[in-house]
Design a protein around this ligand. Structure first.
Ligand SMILES: Nc1ncnc2c1ncn2[C@@H]1O[C@H](COP(=O)(O)OP(=O)(O)OP(=O)(O)O)[C@@H](O)[C@H]1O
Length: 396
């Protein structure tokens, strides 16, 4: 069978489109993972019941369609996972992709929001036009407007020529607003106008311009709470969240860890044919992974360096995890000495974890002499998370 089960799909943990359509008596659509001569691919299956003269279900029309492929390796195929929570998420992606609805991706850092945004764009009718990513967290208030909407020559000091904004660059395609919760309030009004009327003005111009973009936005923040505390406009929230999709954390789909680990290892060390022992996988599955797939990737990368053979063992994983966890469980004595020599932070009584993080962050920031991307790498976080922290701790 295309889905590689010995029994029908509904007896193998998947929903059966035929069973659903015969029960509901109406059109049903579902996403299945099929094994084809080209490899595994996600297929949209649509079942439509046809009635006979007596109004009884007599036939079913079945339509199968691969998720649209537009690039060498489409984003949806880079998204690895089979766990029920992950499949439910992918099903929503397949459902909303071909529509024009604005999508809001909600999920912790490292859960794959950018990959999902690409998958939505690639499965849309806009797939052959650009997908333009706007890192909202990295833009200051003034930069935000000119980056997004462009500016005219002389609009501000340094504007020696006019420049098109990202909205214009995305025309006909998709604008991905990453970390949309970080958009400053005055800019939220301008974004709202773009969403409501499809119009905007370049900085320094009175001319109203039109734009045809679909908006996908993403955030790890609780936007509803931000609306309640009035730091995010309610009208904008409703416009952006026509179709919200929750991206499951790795904790919610720890069954996927073996599969993702295997795929990541073949990319991290393509020539080494590495496998992960059962005990090592158990250790990975017990870990909470606050940094989700990005963190798993880092842990595995470290493990490949710690392992000389072809099997990554529990000890390698523990050591790799130990170097990102607190000094509590040093993996070896050398490490323990290294940790002992670290400067101790003076903690005052009642200091919150956030204050401790802020203090540690400040120390690292002041000592750092390289680029921001090097600092992010050193801290084991994404550059976007670094910008978020800089903003949260008031450095910009
Ligand atoms: N399901 C997945 N399968 C394979 N790789 C994944 C998956 N989800 C995320 N990744 C990988 O994890 C890393 C982080 O993904 P991505 O940048 O899309 O996350 P994010 O949610 O946008 O994180 P952040 O908000 O911190 O930027 C990337 O290297 C991505 O390729």
């Amino acid at each position: 069978m295309a889905h590689h089960f010995n029994a029908p799909c509904d007896q193998s943990g998947e929903s059966c489109p035929l069973a659903l359509a015969s029960k509901s008596g109406q059109r049903e659509r579902i996403l299945h993972l099929h094994h084809t001569p080209k490899g595994e691919e996600y297929v949209n299956i649509e079942l439509i019941p046809l009635l006979n003269a007596k109004g009884e279900q007599a036939y079913f029309v079945e339509k199968m369609e691969s998720l649209r492929l537009t690039k060498g390796q489409p984003a949806v195929q880079k998204l690895i996972g089979r766990a029920p929570a992950f499949k439910r998420m992918l099903e929503l992606v397949a459902r909303v992709g071909p529509s024009e609805a604005n999508v809001l991706l909600l999920g912790e850092s490292g859960t794959g929001k950018e990959l999902v945004a690409c998958a939505v764009h690639e499965s849309s009718l806009r797939a052959h036009s650009p997908l333009v990513v706007v890192e909202c967290a990295s833009l200051t208030d003034t930069l935000f407007e000119s980056e997004l909407f462009g500016h005219e020559r002389g609009a501000f000091t340094g504007a020696s020529s006019s420049k098109a904004g990202l909205v214009e660059a995305a025309s006909g395609g998709t604008l991905f607003l990453d970390e949309v919760g970080d958009i400053p309030l005055p800019m939220q009004v301008k974004l709202l106008r773009l969403l409501e009327n499809g119009t905007y003005r370049r900085v320094g111009s009175t001319q109203l311009r039109r734009s045809d973009v679909r908006i996908i936005s993403a955030t790890h923040r609780d936007l509803q709470a931000m609306v309640k505390e009035r730091s995010f406009r309610e009208d904008l929230y409703f416009r952006l969240s026509t179709f919200p999709i929750h991206l499951p954390s790795l904790r919610e789909r720890s069954d996927d860890i073996p599969l993702i680990s295997h795929a990541l290892l073949s990319k991290l060390a393509p020539k080494r044919n590495l496998t992960v022992s059962k005990e090592a996988l158990d250790t990975l599955q017990e870990h909470a992974f606050p940094g989700n797939v990005r963190e798993l990737r880092n842990v595995l990368e470290r493990s490949t360096l710690l392992c000389d053979g072809t099997v990554i063992e529990k000890e390698h994983i523990k050591q790799a995890l130990g170097s990102i966890l607190s000094a509590g469980t040093p993996a070896n004595s050398e490490k323990s000495d290294e940790i002992k020599n670290l400067p101790l932070l003076e903690l005052s009584k009642g200091q919150s974890l956030l204050q401790i993080e802020e203090e540690a962050f400040r120390v690292q920031l002041q000592a750092h002499r390289g680029t921001r991307s090097q600092l992010a790498e050193k801290l084991g976080i994404s550059e976007r998370s670094l910008y978020r922290k800089l903003r949260a701790f008031g450095y910009r």
